[in-house]
Design a protein around this ligand. Structure first.
Ligand SMILES: Nc1ncnc2c1ncn2[C@@H]1O[C@H](COP(=O)(O)OP(=O)(O)O)[C@@H](O)[C@H]1O
Ligand SMILES: O=P(O)(O)OC[C@H]1O[C@](O)(COP(=O)(O)O)[C@@H](O)[C@@H]1O
Ligand SMILES: [Mg+2]
Length: 466
């Protein structure tokens, strides 16, 4: 998809006439390596060759509006009622975002009324619209010390007009939606319905996903905390596998369509011998297939550690009739088959057949990963996203997501956030790092040639076969 400057312009509700309480803070600020001044823009591309290929004057290059406080704002804070909703699967840092939004709205902008809608968009339906939480600095003071979301979350569709009615009935003129692709889709529809009714309500998105599968953001909040926790499970399985004769360690990690958690968690411990992700289909059979590679590892080193993203190898499950074709959850997300269980069965059978005596250690940590408390890095990240989301809303931006792009906080039109999925690029440098760390790949099922098969020496990897 080729993006142009106009695709990256965000919607405004109107002119900003009110003095911002933060005007003095930004009055003399200029763009520097550590600040982007109001009105300046952040480039989409970041290499000389990409810019060169565009062949444009700097002002015409595709770029994002910088986030941050403005000198003038659109809303009179005394007239603002803010709403907050968290939706979809959990992710570390949701409470940090809620806390940051509430603190910034109240302390900096003196907004007096903030409603927390319960259990995702379900909380905006007619049935639940009056069951809200009054969010104050006191209520949110310590919530970042726990994972999850104090507001609750949910999957499943709701009527968009009914949700707009809720905003009108509850007097909400600024809504913050913390959600993933589904949540951003719903927020986009909501904003469109608001626009078609001519209402003065801003909808600001804070993109959320532990799968890190949303585009136009450096890395989603909570992702670091999630993969750090995932890495602990890889260590556990590695220790178990290395202490067992012909040990097979398998860790299945979340990642429906994108294998970022599997890649990062594997790199964090450098204990994985094989990493399987949805973006790179793999073969079981043949000299470079998974089974041969696993067998080689076990024979040469005594054990093997496999990290598999839940969305990997779904074709293998389908071939075996282990997928309910077209089955989806309440939000329309595809229901996956259990690749971890299939690998456990197939690998055990193969190794037994070739005369080994495998001991399999299989962990599926699932919710134990995404429910953790945000680490210090993610807490800071969430707080800064929240501050910028509040600035965007008060400045009358709408249908806009607040993200960090190439280290700068920027505004992205919501439709772009759902325009495609962020995935591990098999030709990109992350996958290259995984290849370097694991010493090669399982043969791809698309017939591409392997470049570097082999078993690398890993310091501290444990038992080496004699
Ligand atoms: N394509 C869609 N269009 C409109 N609303 C959607 C869409 N997909 C999901 N939603 C709504 O967004 C909410 C969250 O979506 P879900 O896919 O469960 O999680 P996430 O936001 O984390 O991706 C759900 O309540 C669902 O109804
Ligand atoms: O059991 P649930 O809630 O459907 O969640 C499972 C899915 O949630 C995820 O964490 C992604 O969540 P989102 O769809 O909310 O982004 C996936 O990794 C996983 O497949
Ligand atoms: Mg999703």
């Amino acid at each position: 998809m080729t993006l142009h400057l106009d695709d990256l312009r965000v919607r405004h509700l109107g002119e900003c006439h009110h003095d911002s309480p933060l005007a003095d803070l930004v009055a003399d600020k200029k763009t520097s390596p550590h600040y982007v001044s109001e009105g300046d823009r952040v480039l989409l591309d970041d290499t000389v060759s990409m810019l060169d290929r565009r062949g444009m004057a700097p002002g015409d290059l595709p770029s994002f509006e910088a986030a941050g406080p403005r000198r003038k704002i659109y809303f009179d804070p005394a007239e603002v009622t803010a709403g907050i909703v968290t939706c979809g699967g959990l992710c570390p840092g949701l409470n940090d975002v809620i806390r940051g939004l509430v603190q910034e709205l109240t302390v900096q902008y003196d907004v007096k009324r903030i409603l927390g809608f319960r259990n995702g968009f379900r909380g905006l339906t007619a049935r639940h619209r009056h069951d809200t939480v009054d969010l104050t600095p006191d209520v949110v003071r310590d919530i970042h010390k726990s994972g999850g979301t104090i507001l609750g979350s949910s999957r499943g569709g709701q009527d968009v007009e009914e949700m707009v009615d809720t905003l009108v009935l509850r007097g909400v003129n600024v809504l913050f939606v913390v959600g993933g692709d589904g949540g951003m889709n719903a927020a986009t529809n909501l904003a469109a319905a608001i626009r078609s009714r001519g209402l003065d309500i801003a909808v600001i998105g804070v993109p959320k996903t532990i799968d890190n599968d949303l585009p136009y953001t450096d890395q989603s909040f909570g992702f670091q905390s999630a993969f750090a926790q995932a890495a602990n499970f890889i260590s556990s399985v590695s220790i178990e596998a290395s202490a067992s004769p012909d040990g097979i360690g398998i860790v299945k990690l979340m990642g429906r369509h994108s294998g970022f958690i599997a890649c990062y968690a594997s790199l964090a411990r450098n204990a994985a011998d094989v990493v399987l992700i949805p973006e790179v289909p793999f073969r079981l059979e043949g000299p470079d297939g998974l089974l041969a590679r696993v067998e080689r590892h076990v024979r040469e080193k005594g054990f093997v550690v496999i990290v598999v993203a839940e969305g990997a190898g779904q074709d293998l499950l389908a071939e075996r009739g282990l997928l309910q074709g077209g089955a989806t959850d309440a939000s329309g997300n595809a229901k996956l088959g259990d690749i971890g269980l299939l690998l456990r069965e197939i690998i055990s059978a193969h190794l037994t057949e070739v005369g080994l005596s495998p001991t399999v250690r299989y962990i599926d940590p699932s919710y134990a990963i995404r429910s953790v408390t945000a680490n210090a890095y993610d807490s800071v990240y969430c707080l800064r996203l929240a501050h910028n989301a509040v600035h965007a809303a008060m400045a009358g931006r709408t249908e806009t997501a607040v993200v960090r792009w190439r280290r700068r906080f920027v505004h992205v039109p919501m439709p772009l956030i759902i325009s495609h999925r962020n995935q591990v690029d098999p030709d990109g440098d992350l996958w290259m790092s995984v290849q370097e760390a694991t010493g090669g790949l399982v043969a791809p099922s698309d017939g591409r040639k392997l470049e570097r098969p082999g078993v690398p020496e890993r310091p501290g990897a444990g038992v080496v076969a004699g």
